[in-house]
Each structure stands twice: as structure tokens, then as C-alpha cells.
Design a binder for this molecule. Structure first.
Ligand code: ZN
Length: 366
């Protein structure tokens, strides 16, 4: 098949300069090409010619060429938002994932579960330096729910507290407990960001299903409601899925990726994996990482050193250190201290909005 591609003289990727011309032959160095049949490769190539969009073939090029050093300069801020505050050079976006679907009050009393508790925690974390609060909702029994009323109340409480933290609503639901339709319900509330779990995987003892049909429908609704997807990738195949959705025009820039590393069933929480995932991204993508459990802090520090952004919070890790339970605010405060030492100024919500092409909608809802 590789010989066939060569015979068809597949043109070099248009962004070869990104890799400073250190190209190698597809046939020699691209394990990903082997995953495509001849017909598929031709389909992608032809689409590139007809649409002019960044195509999967270009993405293939990104995967097939020596990527060079992992560290890249901070991406340029969109110049179209002239009235928005500029994103600071080398700025760092801190996200806090306050609650998640699975942790319980029994595991840690610090876990916020009611809209009041989640809003209070989100506001406190924003005061400590978080620009984004990623929230899941729970019912009266503490079980995960996608009920839009809970999301609405939480966001309202945050806004009433005077916080401008960006609210990122989960569409993850509970693996096996919620329907696709229930999971998509928060999108209609038009949050500035919502999670977009970009593929299926085993998730501990469960299976987290994100079918191709679900992803297309979720992306379509997010586009219709002006919601920025946080493209959550648990393993490299999920980035590959995202590249296809970009090629299909369902995901549009600016891209905001979240690498979730350390879920049993996903990619392991290592710097080597993070390096690989970052190398797969389109060159204009923004990315963040969250490590699960004890990997949270070291992977966050690696991301800071690599020029990425960081997520922390009790959704991903309950402990401040071995044997000592954390709070969301303390986790954020620690990241902010480390970022200061590393010369990464922590972005305000307004600055994060400028980078990610968001616009606060609280005034419009009032
Ligand atoms: Zn989540």
C-alpha cells in the first residue's frame, strides 16, 4: 500500500515548514499510513483538493514528518478580538474540575456536589487563579445527572457571586448511566465551553461510549449553539478522531484540547505519552493536560514546562499529597505558585476568552 501511495505522488503537506523541512518519506516513517486503505487515502487526498480545508492528508503529513522539539512558542492570540484583553506571552490557563462523575462525599468531604457547593468552590478557585471551572452535576442522592436545571442554577450562582470564571459544562454523563440525548442537554444552555469526549474507551470497570454518530451530533449542536468544545482525548486514537472531525468541518479553530492521562483503559500518565499527543496536534491548537490521581501534579508541571496549559481538581485527584486529602482551592493555589516560579503568568478568564475565541454571555442572559 505504501508503494501505491508513492506511485500516486502524494504531494507533500503544505505545512512542511512547520517541521523545518526535516521531512522523511512516508513509506519509511509513518506507522499511521498503514492504518488506511488505498481507497481511504485517495478519498482524503481528493477531498483536500476540492475543499481547500486542512485535510486528513495534511494531518497525515503532520504525523509522518519528524516533529522536532516538543516545545513551541505560545500560539498567537487572535487579533480579531481587538476589544478583548490580550493573552499574556507564555500565559497559563488553569482549569479546575471541581466534581466529576464518580468521586463521593464519603471519599472526601471536600467534594462539592450541590449547585451551591459547586458554585462556591468554582468562585474560590477563580479567586485563586483558575480561569475555567469544569463542572459536573449531581442529583439529591449524589449521583451524576445531566439535568439542565442543575447546570443553570450553578452558573447563575457563580455569576451572582460576581465571578467571571468561564463555565465549562460536562457532556460526559455517567458511563452506562445516561443516554446520549441526556448528555447533550447542557449544550442548549450555551455554555462558553463544554466537554467533547473524542472517542470511546474502557474506563476503569466501565465502558465509556462516544460513538461516531454521537460525536457528529454533539459537534453539530455545539456549533449551532456557539459552544467551544473542549476536545478531551484519553489516548492517541481520540486525537486521530478529532483530526477527522476537523477535516469534516465539524470542529473549527481555535482548537482547545484536553489530554486526560491515567484513566485505566486510556493512555498511561507519562511525559512520553504527553509528548506523543502534543506532536499529533494541528500546529495552531491549544492544549491542556490533566493527570489522574498521583500523576496530576507531575504531568501538570511537565505541561507547564512544555508550553501547555493545566487542569487540576478533585474530579481527577482527591489528594494533595500521599495520605492528605485536597481541596479544589488548594490544588489551584499550588499550581499557581509553581507557575510563578516557572515564569508562566496565570491567565484571567478574560485573557483565556481572548485566546480561545469566547465571549462572556452573562450580560446577554440577564
Ligand atoms: Zn469532567
Amino acid at each position: 500500500m505504501l508503494e501505491t501511495l508513492a506511485a500516486r505522488q502524494l504531494p507533500p503537506p503544505e505545512h512542511a515548514g512547520w517541521h523545518e523541512g526535516r521531512e522523511r518519506s512516508i513509506a519509511q516513517h509513518c506507522p499511521y499510513v498503514a492504518a488506511l486503505g488505498d481507497d481511504e487515502a485517495f478519498r482524503l487526498r481528493n477531498r483536500r483538493r476540492s475543499s481547500g480545508r486542512r485535510s486528513s492528508v495534511m494531518m497525515l503529513g503532520a504525523l509522518c514528518y519528524d516533529p522536532g522539539p516538543t516545545f513551541r512558542p505560545a500560539p498567537e492570540v487572535s487579533r480579531s478580538m481587538t476589544d478583548a484583553p490580550a493573552f499574556p506571552p507564555n500565559g497559563l490557563i488553569v482549569s479546575v474540575a471541581t466534581t466529576g462523575s464518580w468521586p463521593t462525599k464519603t471519599q472526601t468531604p471536600a467534594l462539592p456536589v450541590t449547585p451551591e457547593e459547586i458554585a462556591t468552590d468554582a468562585v474560590a478557585c477563580a479567586e485563586a487563579g483558575a480561569a475555567i471551572a469544569h463542572v459536573h452535576m449531581r442529583d439529591a442522592q449524589g449521583r451524576v445527572t445531566c439535568d439542565p436545571a442543575h447546570y443553570t442554577r450553578t452558573r447563575k450562582l457563580i455569576e451572582q457571586a460576581g465571578s467571571d470564571v468561564i463555565v465549562n459544562m460536562s457532556t460526559g454523563g455517567g458511563a452506562g448511566l445516561t443516554t446520549d440525548e441526556e448528555r447533550m442537554a447542557p449544550v442548549a444552555l450555551e455554555p462558553e465551553i463544554a466537554s467533547f469526549d473524542c472517542g470511546s474507551l474502557n474506563f476503569g470497570e466501565r465502558v465509556f461510549v462516544n460513538s461516531p454518530q454521537f460525536l457528529k451530533e454533539l459537534a453539530t449542536r455545539m456549533n449551532a449553539h456557539g459552544v467551544r468544545p473542549e476536545i478531551e482525548c484519553f489516548e492517541p486514537g481520540h486525537v486521530w478522531n478529532a483530526l477527522r472531525l476537523i477535516d469534516d468541518g465539524l470542529l473549527t479553530p481555535p482548537f482547545w484540547f484536553q489530554f486526560v492521562l491515567g484513566v485505566r483503559g486510556g493512555a498511561p500518565p507519562t511525559v512520553k505519552q504527553l509528548h506523543h499527543l502534543v506532536d499529533m496536534l494541528p500546529p495552531d491548537a491549544h492544549w491542556s493536560v490533566c493527570g489522574i490521581g498521583r500523576a496530576q501534579l507531575p504531568l501538570g508541571m511537565a505541561a507547564m514546562a512544555m508550553g501547555g496549559h493545566v487542569r487540576t481538581g478533585l474530579e481527577d485527584n482527591l489528594y494533595y499529597r500521599k495520605g492528605e486529602l485536597a481541596t479544589n482551592r488548594r490544588l489551584v493555589e499550588r499550581l499557581v505558585r509553581i507557575a510563578g516560579e516557572l515564569g508562566r503568568p496565570v491567565a484571567t478568564p478574560a485573557q483565556a476568552r481572548a485566546l480561545l475565541g469566547l465571549s462572556a454571555r452573562s450580560a446577554a442572559r440577564a
